[in-house]
Design a binder for this molecule. Sequence first.
Ligand code: SF4
Ligand code: SF4
Length: 182
Amino acid sequence: MSGPSRKTRVIKRININTDKCNGCLACEVICSAFHAAPRYSSTNPSRSRIRVIRDPVADIYIPVYAGEYTVAECAGRDKYVIDGKEYSECAFCRASCPSRDLFKEPDSGLPLKCDMCESDPTLKEPMCVQWCLADALTFEEREEEVDEAVAIDEMDAGLEALADKFGWSKLLDAASRMAKKE
Ligand code: SF4
Ligand code: SF4
């Protein structure tokens, strides 16, 4: 009897070494420029999908990547104390959420999420990694085998999240536009 069919997927990961980050903010600048429309037409770190929590006095710099959009703020909160300094409860959260302005497009309020600089042609490394001369950010790509059923479940969940955000009608329009380009 044959088992579930397997599928290969590529896992992209950016490793963050906070000990090497010097708070230069080059990552924020290039991310906002790369995602400007037209590309490189402006730089505005408030449009960046990576933000660096900075405490120059304590020499602490922590890059945080924009993660998933969430429609509701979470019920619990975390407390961080680093080298004796207390940070805001939401300081290191990756979510774009209703309780703060971080990771939202400043004009429209639309959520921002790191897309690993997906583009055509594909970049060798995401822009923030390329611009991080301190090597605090390093890129890793590996292949992983998963059950096809798991991959389909993940795709369904991703589509549902997009539909929640934009509505099925806009999502189907976008899919049909993209299919025509292929
Ligand atoms: S470019 Fe690198 S060193 Fe500079 S703030 Fe970003 S992560 Fe830190
Ligand atoms: S990988 Fe690309 S989209 Fe994500 S934070 Fe870095 S520059 Fe921005």
